[in-house]
Design a protein around this ligand. Structure first.
Ligand code: BV8
Ligand code: ZN
Length: 236
């Protein structure tokens, strides 16, 4: 812990990848944990374009339910610590797989949202995008003014990540000398690949998680514990 605090202080360029684990202490259920969101469903049943085409109502009911959970969630001390670290660091890029918007709520200024935002809706027909925070949504599936069907503004399995955002994330990982991997099972790609991009570019990689992840054997330092507790200690 002490060494990592020094690395944080001395780093010239920090990149961070967060996953659902950083929002767990805000009461937002993770995907694959014991009370995982996907326990009652399988990812391929819901977070794919095929699932939405087959049953937009089911997929929207799942997102509407998650939106109602997230609307009550507050950023936790881990989110605030990352916002503080950004303010203090020379170069700091926060990359998240989360769609809950809690990093922005905690004051993080530059957030690369690899998988989009649960608050954004996009029209399948006219492609118009809008933020809509109404919970519950007035109708499921929600409709666009053009008459088209609106989908959640998130990246589903089998869909490409937003090109510019992915490019910025890769550059940040490549140019980092310290890479923090926080609260992610590191199963989903290409997001999880950022850690090895950082490592192969010479960065030190530190993982913060309550349990081992898919990448735990490739990292330099593993800090076991809840991110809401460890991050404030690291970024005192
Ligand atoms: C792409 C949607 C190509 C938004 C998500 C076979 C078929 C099809 C595709 C694939 C395939 N094999 C591989 C793939 C690629 C696929 C993939 O990686 N699949 C995995 C499952 C093997 N990836 C994709 O499809 C990506 N796109 O490859 O496109 C392409 C290229 C060009 C052109 C066209 C296509 C798209 C991936 C995005 C998928 N969308 N979400 C939403 O509904 O949220 S992914 C979903 O998983 C979430 O976004 C989530 O963020 C992400 C990762 O999960 P985690 O965040 O890690 O959460 P998890 O629950 O897993 O883990 C929680 C962790 O926290 C645990 O480690 C736990 O220990 C820890 N924790 C818990 N509490 C705490 C804690 N840590 C600290 N403190 C705590 N308190
Ligand atoms: Zn439309």
């Amino acid at each position: 812990m002490h060494a990592v605090r020094e690395w944080l202080r001395d780093a010239s360029s920090i990149a961070v990848l967060t996953g659902a684990g950083v929002s767990a202490e805000s009461g937002v259920p993770t995907f694959r944990g014991s009370n995982g969101l996907w326990k009652q469903y399988r990812a391929e049943d819901l977070a794919t374009p095929g699932a939405f085409a087959r049953d937009p109502k089911l997929v929207w009911e799942w997102y509407d339910w998650r939106r109602s959970l997230i609307a009550q969630a507050k950023p936790n001390p881990g989110h605030y610590a990352l916002a503080k670290a950004e303010a203090r660091a020379r170069k700091f890029t926060l990359i998240t797989q989360n769609v809950d918007g809690l990093h922005e709520l905690a004051g993080s200024r530059k957030v690369l949202r690899l998988h989009g935002s649960i608050w954004m809706l996009r029209c399948l027909d006219c492609q118009s995008e809008r933020e809509d925070r109404r919970i519950p949504l007035p109708e499921i599936p929600p409709r666009c003014e053009c008459g088209g069907t609106l989908r959640p503004g998130v990246v589903w399995f089998g869909e490409a990540l937003p090109a510019k955002i992915w490019q910025d994330a890769e550059i940040a990982a490549r140019h980092s000398d310290l890479f923090l991997l926080i609260g992610t099972s590191a199963i989903v790609y290409p997001a999880a690949g950022l850690a090895s991009i950082a490592k192969s570019s010479g960065a030190r990689v530190v993982e913060i998680n309550i349990a081992e992840s898919g990448l735990s054997d490739t990292i330099d330092e593993f800090l076991q514990g809840p991110s809401g507790e460890l991050l404030p200690q690291l970024i005192a």
